[in-house]
Design a protein around this ligand. Structure first.
Ligand SMILES: [Zn+2]
Length: 419
């Protein structure tokens, strides 16, 4: 009950008891403090974390007991993260009601195309060293495990810098959707709705350029068009801020030459965030968020286990092809679906249009692309298991071990084949 209402009720019953509303507020504050049994605000949260099977770490301002950073992950998340450390997506949300501090969400992906929550953190400021602290916690959960091969972040440069420092070997990609949002925020005023639509279509074509010469062609084209319609400042903005230094992190000509397992946006995190928002009302306390994260993680764990069983035990009708005979029950249904799509594309691209393969599926997903499938077919040979990236071949929650793991073998083979 609010202090004001308590005051009104008491005044009706005993008009002389309290002189001013302030007295009531003081009494309420005192009772609440007693209820907390003298705990500091951090302790109830710590109790919630411990009681709900979370692992957590905090950082305090030097010389004080003021907590500035909190990192937490559920025990099941740790298991999933250690089993599937290949892909990591990070998103920092600033407009959060949680203590008005940036809220960081880290999400992973399974070979069955399921997302799972890895960890959450609340940091006092969006500063590089805060992000480094969070990422080091994430990394510490992977002791003796493989480290992520690809990391996707939103457009936050401090976050990107922290990723480069903590995970120097991973491919780092930027979310194309966030970049577009950023361009819109800074430059949409310069456009009419019609112009903006045209710009977006040019921008989309540019980002999706499959090769460097095609990118350069589209870049010249976009520049010419923007200059013609007196929008050279727009070109300057996107070029100086994004294309000049970061094109390798979001233009397909570069991003699809590296493993990304089909991730080009941080949408997986966004949808996890939406998931959380559905559970948590505005202005919820962090304790409540923790309870919701636990529920979501436990559900995800169960659902992922179910998709593993399906991939091992069930055969879908469109996977019953002699080409796939060595793969059934050994690679995920998601991988087989991608291969099936690629086999259909093979007919279109290679046969009908006589165009080149591009090999995007091979480089970005680690699955045979149209030209490779064509070769298998010509030789009447089923697709070999070794040609499938290890990512798609794991259907259990055992930790993904570092040494002797065939990840290296596959990458080595890739390099040899490319040569
Ligand atoms: Zn190819």
């Amino acid at each position: 009950m609010e202090s004001r209402k308590i005051f009104q009720t008491i005044r009706k019953q005993d008009p002389d008891r309290f002189q001013v509303q302030k007295d009531v507020q003081n009494v309420v504050a005192k009772i609440r403090a007693e209820q907390r049994q003298g705990l500091t605000p951090m302790q109830p949260l710590e109790n919630v974390l411990i009681n709900n099977d979370f692992i957590y770490e905090t950082r305090e301002e030097p010389g004080t007991e003021i907590v500035t950073e909190i990192f937490f992950l559920h025990r099941d998340s740790r298991v999933m993260w250690r089993a599937f450390p290949h892909v990591m997506l990070i998103d920092a949300t600033y407009k959060t009601n949680l203590y008005n501090m940036p809220f960081i969400q880290i999400v992973g992906m399974t070979p069955t195309n399921k997302s799972f929550i890895i960890a959450h953190a609340v940091v006092s400021k969006e500063r590089g060293d805060n992000f480094v602290w969070v990422l080091e916690r994430v990394k510490s959960m992977l002791d003796e495990c493989m480290e992520p091969r690809v990391i996707l972040t939103d457009r936050d440069l401090a976050l990107m810098g922290a990723c480069a420092k903590v995970f120097p070997d991973a491919s780092r990609l930027l979310c194309r959707w966030h970049i577009q949002q950023n361009v819109m925020k800074h430059r949409k005023g310069a456009f009419t709705d019609e112009d903006w639509k045209n710009f977006l279509s040019f921008w989309g074509t540019l980002i999706e350029s499959p090769s460097i010469p095609i990118y350069e062609y589209h870049l010249r084209n976009m520049r010419k068009r923007l200059v013609e319609c007196k929008r050279s400042r727009v070109f300057k903005y996107v070029y100086d801020n994004w294309l000049k230094d970061y094109k390798e992190m979001f233009v397909f000509a570069w991003t699809d030459k590296r493993r990304n397992f089909g991730n080009r946006t941080t949408n997986r995190v966004e949808s996890q965030h939406a998931n959380l928002k559905r559970y948590v009302l505005d202005r919820s306390s962090l304790d409540r968020v923790v309870g919701c994260v636990r529920d979501i993680v436990e559900t995800q764990f169960g659902e992922i286990r179910k998709t593993f069983r399906e991939s091992i035990e069930k055969t879908m009708k469109h996977h019953k092809h002699p080409m796939f005979q060595h793969l059934l029950g050994k690679v995920s249904h998601t991988a087989l679906d991608l291969l099936h799509g690629e086999a259909i594309r093979k007919l279109d691209v290679l046969e009908r249009f006589h165009s080149s393969c591009g090999c995007q599926m091979w480089h970005s997903c680690g699955l045979p692309c149209a030209c490779r499938i064509e070769k298998y077919m010509r030789e009447e040979c089923p697709i070999q298991l070794e040609d499938i990236d290890v990512f798609w071949r794991k259907h259990n929650f055992q930790s993904c071990k570092l040494i002797g793991d065939d990840v290296d073998v596959v990458e080595e083979l890739d390099i040899v084949r490319q040569q």
